[in-house]
Each structure stands twice: as structure tokens, then as C-alpha cells.
Design a protein around this ligand. Structure first.
Ligand SMILES: [Zn+2]
Length: 235
């Protein structure tokens, strides 16, 4: 006679990816019931982590934090950027770049593993219907809103002298609100650009409300201020 666990495994076995490890190892912190979801996905962006841990104590919602101290997470004996694995196409490009010594078979094996765990991770981080996902990032010298302007559908640069601080959103309604903040904001609501495997692209493709909050590493005060603004003004 089978145990309850075996029965459940058999019953659920029809779902793709059941039992597979998630594509990204996450720690989940819940504060009450809410359609708000927060994500911290790059383990080296410590300012964003501290801001989110503080925020989730004060506001309702569910926060998912990557279990990593480095930007890239381990996969077999190599690494992958966790914000490049939300499509097989994007993951393949990233795996080949970060693990140049891997054979084609190894890359294929890693991609198959990610395929099995991807939806589990997507379900964990995406909000329920009409809910909002806010992802917190930190950048340094190399990246700013200037890199996003050309590939964005709408742009509002109210704080052009601070290009490292900006919102990136995937829905017109959120853009209309965020552009009234004293900050920079870009809208990317079409997934027509190159498939880089990022979460923002998947959110745009699936019509999910997603806001990416980018602030320079170390500027916790500004990140807290912008997160509070978004929290108070977005539905
Ligand atoms: Zn990041």
C-alpha cells in the first residue's frame, strides 16, 4: 500500500516540473495577505536586500529573496545570471557566455534542468491577477537609465542628473502614475525586443504588472524613498 506522499507524487506527477528543483533558490517572507510581490534576485546587490527586508516588515506582501551572495547562481559546475533564465533562449546565451568551457551537451543538459524548474519559480515570484511585482536592483557605473531609453516604449526623465535611479515598468497604467514621481521612469510593455531571458521581458509578454526599481549600490535612502513612493501611489 502506498504512502500518502507516494500517492501525492503520483497524483501530481502529471504536472511538468513537479519535483524538479526551482530554477532559482529563493527564501520567501510573507507579511499578511496582499497581492503585492517583491523580488530581490541578484545576491551581490546588498543595498536592495536590506531595503526589502526592512520594507516587508512595514508593508503587507510576499518577498522572495535569492539564496546567494553572488550575482550569478550555481548551476552544475558553472553559473548563470538568475535574471537571464526566464526563457530558454536567454538562458542559452547567458550560459555560453559565463561558462565558455562547457560542451554543447552540458549546456543542453543545464537548459533542460532550467526548463523543468522555471515555471515553479515563475509561479513563486509572479503576483496573482491584478497584483503587482516590484523587483529591487542596485547598479554601479556601467548601467543606468540611459541604457534603457532607446529600447523603451515611453520615457520620462524628471531626474536626469541621477540616471542610476529609475523605475522600469511593463504597464501603461503604472507608467502614468510613476511619471508623476520626481524620478526617472521608462515603460517597456512590448516583448518584441531581443529575448534576453529577463523577468521584465517575461512580465511584459504575459501582461503582468512589474516594476523594476534601480538605484545605485549603497544609496539605501533613495531606494527606500522610491519604494515607499511606489507603495503609496500604485494600486
Ligand atoms: Zn540586479
Amino acid at each position: 500500500m502506498s504512502t500518502r506522499r507516494e500517492f501525492l507524487a503520483a497524483a501530481l506527477g502529471g504536472f511538468p516540473g513537479f519535483g524538479a528543483p526551482p530554477a532559482i533558490p529563493l527564501q520567501t517572507i510573507r507579511n499578511g495577505r496582499s497581492k503585492r510581490r517583491y523580488l530581490w534576485i541578484h545576491g551581490n546587490e546588498r543595498t536592495a536586500r536590506a531595503v526589502l527586508l526592512d520594507h516587508i516588515k512595514r508593508y503587507r506582501g510576499t518577498a522572495n529573496l535569492v539564496r546567494s551572495k553572488t550575482r550569478n547562481i550555481r548551476l552544475f559546475d558553472g553559473v548563470i545570471d538568475p535574471n537571464r533564465l526566464f526563457s530558454r533562449t536567454g538562458a542559452e546565451v547567458n550560459l555560453r557566455t559565463l561558462n565558455p568551457r562547457w560542451t554543447a551537451e552540458k549546456v543542453a543538459k543545464a537548459l533542460d534542468r532550467l526548463d523543468r524548474g522555471r515555471e515553479k519559480t515563475v509561479r513563486a515570484v509572479f503576483p496573482p491577477k491584478d497584483g503587482l511585482l516590484i523587483a529591487l536592483h542596485n547598479n554601479s557605473e556601467g548601467y543606468s537609465v540611459k541604457d534603457e531609453v532607446a529600447i523603451s516604449d515611453r520615457v520620462s526623465l524628471r531626474d536626469e542628473t541621477h540616471p542610476h535611479e529609475f523605475f522600469l515598468c511593463t504597464q501603461e497604467g503604472d507608467f502614468e502614475i510613476l511619471k508623476t514621481a520626481p524620478n526617472n521612469v521608462v515603460l517597456q510593455n512590448r516583448a518584441s525586443k531581443e529575448d534576453d531571458g529577463s523577468l521584465s521581458r517575461l512580465a511584459a509578454a504575459r501582461g503582468v504588472r512589474y516594476v523594476n526599481l534601480e538605484v545605485a549600490l549603497g544609496n539605501a535612502e533613495k531606494q527606500r524613498e522610491m519604494l515607499d513612493w511606489a507603495e503609496r501611489h500604485l494600486p
